[in-house]
Write a protein that binds this ligand. Sequence first.
Ligand SMILES: *[C@@H]1O[C@H](CO)[C@@H](O)[C@H](O)[C@H]1NC(C)=O
Ligand SMILES: *[C@@H]1O[C@H](CO)[C@@H](O)[C@H](O)[C@H]1NC(C)=O
Ligand SMILES: *[C@@H]1O[C@H](CO)[C@@H](O)[C@H](O)[C@H]1NC(C)=O
Ligand SMILES: *[C@@H]1O[C@H](CO)[C@@H](O)[C@H](O)[C@H]1NC(C)=O
Length: 627
Amino acid sequence: MKNQSSNIFWLLLLILHLSASSSSSAQHHEQPQPRQVYIVYFGEHSGEKTTHEIEDDHHSYLFSVKGSKEEAKASLIYSYKNVVNGFSALLTQDEASKLSEMKGVVSVFRSHPKKHRLHTTRSWDFISLLEGGNGEANHPYPYEELLHKASYGKDVIVGMIDSGIWPESQSFSDEGMEPIPKSWKGKCQTGVAFNKSHCNRKLIGARYYIKSYEATFGRLNNAEDYRSPRDKDGHGTHTTSIVGGRRVMNASAIGGFAYGTASGGAPLVRLAIYKACWPIPGQPKSDGNTCQEDDMLAAIDDAIADGVQVLSISIGTNQSNPYTQDGIAIGALHAAKRNIVVACSAGNSGPTPSTVTNVAPWIITVAAIINFDTWLYWQPDITAPGLNILAAWSEAISPTQLDVDHRVVNYNLQSGTSMACPHVAAVSALLKAIHPNWSSAAIRSALMTTATLNNNMGTPITDTAGNLATPFHYGSGHFQPANAADPGLVYDATYTDYLLFLCSTGYHLDPSFKCPKHPPSPSNLNYPSLAIAKLKRTITVKRTVTNVGASKSVYSLTFKPPIGFSVEISPTILSFSEVGEKRNFFITVKEESRQKTKPKAGQYAFGWYMWSDGIHIVRSPIAVSSA
Ligand SMILES: *[C@@H]1O[C@H](CO)[C@@H](O)[C@H](O)[C@H]1NC(C)=O
Ligand SMILES: *[C@@H]1O[C@H](CO)[C@@H](O)[C@H](O)[C@H]1NC(C)=O
Ligand SMILES: *[C@@H]1O[C@H](CO)[C@@H](O)[C@H](O)[C@H]1NC(C)=O
Ligand SMILES: *[C@@H]1O[C@H](CO)[C@@H](O)[C@H](O)[C@H]1NC(C)=O
């Protein structure tokens, strides 16, 4: 009865709306602007306000553009209260632009839907092959040694922002695991087919974020997904078990493919599930999910407060927005401030080389070794396995995600950068276990400078056409986890360094920070790689390395300049007498002036530089284009 009357109500409204719009267009009246979800961002909470006061603040901003308290309340979707100071709301373009002018507002931007598309055992064996072990007693798999050193990640908490979890999978059994770390402050949120007993000492937390999805698409269709942390898509279960699935013997994909032991990269880490990706109504499941940006920002804000140490986000986007208008970049900056490592997959359809700098330098951007489609112009930081990865799967969907397929599997093979990102998250967790005091920048540096340019056949990485790949495809190269645990030197960076970088690129994300009059050039961000776009004649950049190897050590330099450019680096010898000691060096890149060797404007050339003490190799790629 209630439904019927409300249907009539909507029908009347529709008729009214249609007649109003036809008459108004005839009379040139203004049409009401459509409302869309926007994020209004203020920076970080100072910690002085109660959650009530924060929400009141957010309401008062909305009230000032909506004109009524009721409308302000009704339009609010999220009020971020932990770390991120901001809210999301349904706004018209005019309301959004009014808000963006108001005092205290850092940025106002559309909450874009992001997609994740589907684009293990085997992969960890592959890594060991790459690193030269053969599993024999005198040549143990280096990865096995790394696991041992890191106690399999048992005290590290990894947050997964994805499509949820299939908790019954054997990969998430907590058998024999120690009590949950005391630092954990998260929750096990109940919902459809998900109660508190689905969390355990392995799956220590599970939450879901659906408000913006439902504000955009209407209430979730119960046949399409679970309104709870439970995964109906498969993607979240797959990526989560790549990071931290237990060792499961005799796992295989349908048809017995890839038969063997399934294991995550860090089999004893604690997993915290943040479901923020949901089915797109009216589209086949195999087209992927949508993850609303403000749902994801809510997840990141909670994950930080809950106490995660690593965040894995296998969510791609085909858009490249400035940092001030990118919810993941904003959330990740708050995480980086607390030394939480954030690993994200590089989208499969990246922007052109000129937008390289839009990949936020406080995120580890991961590309995949896969055999189709990685032509990827996006410059990732690092490459990890992404082809035919065997990992856990949701029993609520077939392995192909097609409606005609009714098979149920526990393990499934998937490929893509979505699968590569959790490999890097897993290894980051192990590095955190071994080096609890390393910053997230130090962990990224260790992963990048120890990467290899060869594939597991010992030959250089190529693109799909068989041409030599470039750093735009693979970043620093294919990661070598065991080497990353002992990199010798690291390129460290602090939160303040990122803020200075933002000042110099014209963005301002932290209103409590005053940009200096002359901030350092963005190229001086202490990054373990060097990318210079549109070089005009010459540039000199500074880098600082920190000794994390032997106390007394001497490193010497070798390098290869990009074709069409000359490179000078000084000094060429760095001596250390203590662990933690820092040394600076300067890199000058010059355009060749002779017409014959002069590079073509805009075209990238690649080189590298490398420090070595005879034991460690600390390598950085160079990518330069001329103006
Ligand atoms: C939780 O759900 C399971 C079924 O999945 C059921 O066996 C169990 O009794 C439930 N626990 C509680 C506390 O409701
Ligand atoms: C795995 O399969 C082997 C061979 O079929 C069998 O001997 C072994 O017991 C199985 N292990 C488990 C844990 O199921
Ligand atoms: C990105 O994807 C969305 C949705 O799939 C589409 O509407 C949009 O046009 C795409 N943008 C670009 C720049 O390709
Ligand atoms: C590492 O950090 C912890 C906690 O911040 C501190 O107590 C400890 O002294 C640090 N250790 C080193 C070697 O810096």
